[in-house]
Design a protein around this ligand. Structure first.
Ligand code: ADP
Ligand code: MG
Length: 340
């Protein structure tokens, strides 16, 4: 069985490592030569995602194809789907790649998101939306394409040729995420909620257990099941949540892939989010993830990686260096998990 992975970042790397552990070969297709996943994959190709000839070679050699980031062009996924199964299904990306369609999908299931307006269409901007977060509808990650707006005046210089949404800014008490894996027959397994802290809109730390109420946990887990079923999702996905000062929970966004907050499942569960994803997309025997330890994870961003390299790690600490060739500020370079 050869699993094709589109995208070559650290999520692809951790997927390839998990695949190797259970005897599945991987074939990575990436558009960048600075791709950590290549180092752990049996095969790889570096070419743009719209190069049909190279894609053809990739498709021929893979049995099933998945992706490690959601902004793979829809046309690429659809092209592959003509010949080989792609999980999760490309139509899911079409919804989730666009923050407006994503929020509408969630709200249609009677699940709460932050209030928002379609900025390019709604001419009436009510004062209640401020303070707000302006976000590009497409292609945002790690806070890119986002800014805080406090009044209509802050909107005057915006390039209206790009589609935006304007979200109400939540007075955050906490953030947490839920990782859920859905198999091809519809069976779902949900990991326990993970508490997350962001710094400058980039994930900084994650930990289990999350200090949220049991009611929040069970409501969120049920919502995730409803969303995964409604999408007919296959594989691992992550749902990011906000908790405000009135202890109301809101879905922030869905990631149709394995997620940074789930890195700690490698050490804290007997079946990580990565292994679960591979089992689901490759239709392997199911394994219900069982927690073995609590854990904390720290993301290592930019130059900070230099402080961790060439040092021995203490007992119960697990250091991952993605070995990216170029160190850039704001770039995820590695992570450190501590089981507790
Ligand atoms: P990305 O796709 O870049 O991860 P998110 O929409 O998840 O973008 O935003 C990144 C982080 O920015 C969130 O985890 C949160 O900390 C902060 N943030 C985003 N939107 C809001 C909001 N409406 N209210 C408060 N904080 C927000
Ligand atoms: Mg996010």
């Amino acid at each position: 069985m050869i699993l094709g992975i589109l995208g070559g970042g650290q999520l692809g790397m951790l997927l390839a490592q998990a695949a190797n552990k259970i005897g599945i070969e991987t074939f990575v297709y990436t558009d960048s030569d600075d791709s950590p996943a290549i180092n752990y994959s049996q095969k790889s190709l570096i070419q743009s995602y719209d190069d049909l000839e190279t894609l053809g070679r990739f498709i021929k050699e893979c049995d099933v194809i998945t992706f490690e980031f959601e902004n793979i062009p829809f046309d690429t996924l659809n092209y592959i789907l003509k010949d080989k199964p792609v999980f999760p299904s490309p139509h899911i990306n079409q919804i989730i790649q666009d923050r407006l369609l994503e929020k509408k999908f969630i709200n249609n299931l009677s699940i709460k998101t932050t209030d928002f307006i379609d900025l390019n269409k709604d001419t009436k901007i009510s004062e209640e939306i401020f303070p707000g977060m302006l976000k590009t509808r497409r292609m945002g990650y790690d806070g890119k394409g986002q800014s805080v707006v406090n009044s209509k005046d802050d909107l005057v210089n915006i390039d209206m040729n790009i589609p935006y949404i304007l979200e109400k800014k939540i007075n955050l008490l906490k953030e947490f995420s839920i990782i859920i894996t859905r198999y091809q027959d519809g069976k779902v397994f949900t990991y326990e909620p993970i508490e997350n802290v962001h710094k400058e809109q980039i994930l900084h730390t994650s930990k289990i257990p999350a200090s949220i109420t049991n009611e929040m946990m069970s409501t969120a887990q049920k919502q995730c099941e409803i969303m995964a079923n409604s999408l007919n999702y296959v594989g691992t996905m992550c749902v990011e949540y906000f908790v405000d000062h009135n202890e109301v929970i809101y879905v922030n966004e869905i990631a149709p892939r394995v997620h940074n907050s789930g890195h700690l499942t490698i050490e804290s569960y007997d079946c990580s989010q990565f292994e679960s994803h591979i089992r689901a997309v490759c239709d392997l025997p199911k394994k219900e993830p069982q927690k073995i330890k609590n854990a904390k994870m720290l993301n290592i961003i930019g130059e900070d990686i230099k402080k961790y390299r060439n040092k021995s790690t203490k007992e119960n600490y697990f250091f991952y260096d993605y070995e990216k060739k170029s160190v850039k500020s704001g770039r995820k370079m590695g992570h450190l998990t501590n089981i507790t």
